[in-house]
Design a protein around this ligand. Structure first.
Ligand code: FES
Length: 344
């Protein structure tokens, strides 16, 4: 980890102020946090300052601290800890952050740094003569599976060779950085195996058979529902209820909320009042694993889930969306703040 200090006083501007657009964005960020917790916005506000000036000045750090009512030292600690914050002026067209942590090192990050040394400056944190490019070595940027990689501003460029990095640097220097493809540079999709799939090789076939199974299950359920009134014929009072029961919505219905593959971290959906272990299991089968997913359901999607679970409006009555929004935003603490009680 490199030593991270503020730039020398000679390059520090005397003052800092957010422009109009950035002021509006800063307010939006501050409003995302509860009263008394405004300091939680320190990272996004420092990022806005960097986006505005290209680097984080001492005056900007103090300005942000003042805005959030926190001691200067606390904002300074944050700015000097994260390598995402540039503490001295960097290249105006590209600042290249080369990951030098073990996986990237084993896959050739040293050669990537040699490219930066020859094309930009021998030493990191120095701009080239034109002031357009600069570079530095940083710790793991979280794309190890596609090592070696670099980050330029907010984008990553992965699966790099020295030749490909040289081309990318040339494109940024020519002012065409926005035309460079981000992510893996080998043509693979995200972190898919380089040598092709070894399992689930026929994705369309898998999808088709899953859909067929779902359709079969739905039609079986529909048939059972249709047969139910006849079976219950002797009970004259009960028959109309069953006959009137709305059919379970189809799994292929356009209003079915989009599901996702099971993520590494699954939210405890049982914290939502109205969701027990069985319903949680059904939601998982539908690809619903997170509070954020539930929080994003539109009316039609809520109605679809309500119908699918035969809940007769309970999702609306229990306000799952409001509950999920609170849990997604701040877990149990935010739930208690919004509802005045612990989730059950
Ligand atoms: S080690 Fe380089 S991205 Fe993680």
């Amino acid at each position: 980890m490199s030593v991270r200090r503020l730039a020398e006083a000679s390059v520090q501007p005397a003052s800092f102020a957010f422009n109009k657009a950035m002021t509006a964005q800063a307010k939006t960020w501050i409003n995302k946090y509860p009263k008394g917790r405004e300091q939680s916005a320190v990272i996004p506000l420092l990022m806005l300052a960097q986006e505005q000036d290209g680097w984080v000045t001492k005056a900007a750090i103090e300005h942000v601290a003042d805005m959030l009512g926190m001691p200067y030292i606390r904002a300074l600690e944050v700015a000097t800890f994260y390598t995402q914050f540039q503490l001295k002026p960097v290249g105006t067209r590209a600042h290249i952050q080369v990951c030098g942590t073990t996986p990237c090192m084993l896959r050739g990050s040293e050669e990537l740094m040699d490219v930066c040394r020859s094309k930009i400056h021998h030493d990191q944190f120095h701009t080239n003569e034109a002031g357009t490019l600069s570079w530095e070595e940083v710790e793991c940027l979280g794309a190890c599976v596609n090592a070696p990689m670099v980050m330029i501003f907010k984008d990553t460029y992965e699966d790099l060779t020295p030749e490909r990095l040289a081309e990318i640097i040339d494109q940024f220097e020519a002012g065409k950085g926005d035309q460079v493809k981000t992510g893996p540079q080998t043509g693979r999709v995200f972190s898919a195996p380089l040598t092709g799939f070894t399992s689930l090789t026929d994705e369309k076939g898998v999808l088709k058979s899953t859909r067929e199974k779902e359709a079969k299950a739905t039609s079986k359920a529909a048939k059972a529902a249709a047969a139910a009134p006849a079976a219950a014929a002797p009970n004259v009072a009960a028959a109309p209820d069953k006959a009137d029961a709305p059919a379970k919505p189809s799994l292929d219905d356009k209003n079915r909320p989009a599901g996702i593959a099971k993520p590494a971290a699954v939210d405890d959906l049982k914290l939502i009042s109205g969701v027990g272990p069985k319903i949680e299991g059904t939601l998982h089968e539908l690809g619903i694993f997170t509070f954020a997913q539930v929080a994003s359901w539109k009316k039609a999607e809520r109605e679809w889930v309500d119908g699918y679970l035969s809940f007769h409006g309970r999702i609306e009555r229990d306000d799952w969306v409001k509950q999920a929004k609170a849990l997604a935003k701040g877990g149990e603490a935010e739930y208690i703040r919004v509802f005045g009680k612990k989730p059950v």
